[in-house]
Design a protein around this ligand. Sequence first.
Ligand SMILES: [Ca+2]
Length: 137
Amino acid sequence: VTMAIKTILLLSGAFRLEGTECRSACPSGWSKYGSPNLASVHSTAEYNYIQEMVMIQTGGFPRAWIGGYDLAQEGLWLCSDGSRFDFTNWSKGQPDNYQGKQNCLYINYGAEKRWDDGMCSTRFPSVCSRRIPCLSQ
Ligand SMILES: [Ca+2]
């Protein structure tokens, strides 16, 4: 899980996402170390790692925001940290953009604990990440 080791993950409190201003969902103190953001997920290994971190923090598998959205164009998903949206783990039938209002991405949906698009104004915990400069060489 080498990519995931480059980031510190933190499950912050329950936040609603304000548009693409995902950074506001991460602790303000983190900005001095670079740019914190909602975690992006690029592989099954990274997703498993994030789920494990969330489980350690909470003792379960609560729904939680990660860094993906399709606010600019419906169906065009982007990572809030600017990396490529090159991996998905949608639940069956998702993303469904229910009532035309679901433009943010959360994890641990359904029995299989996969991904769903949800209303950005919903309050879930946020999985934040930032790079660790010394270990990313
Ligand atoms: Ca949905």
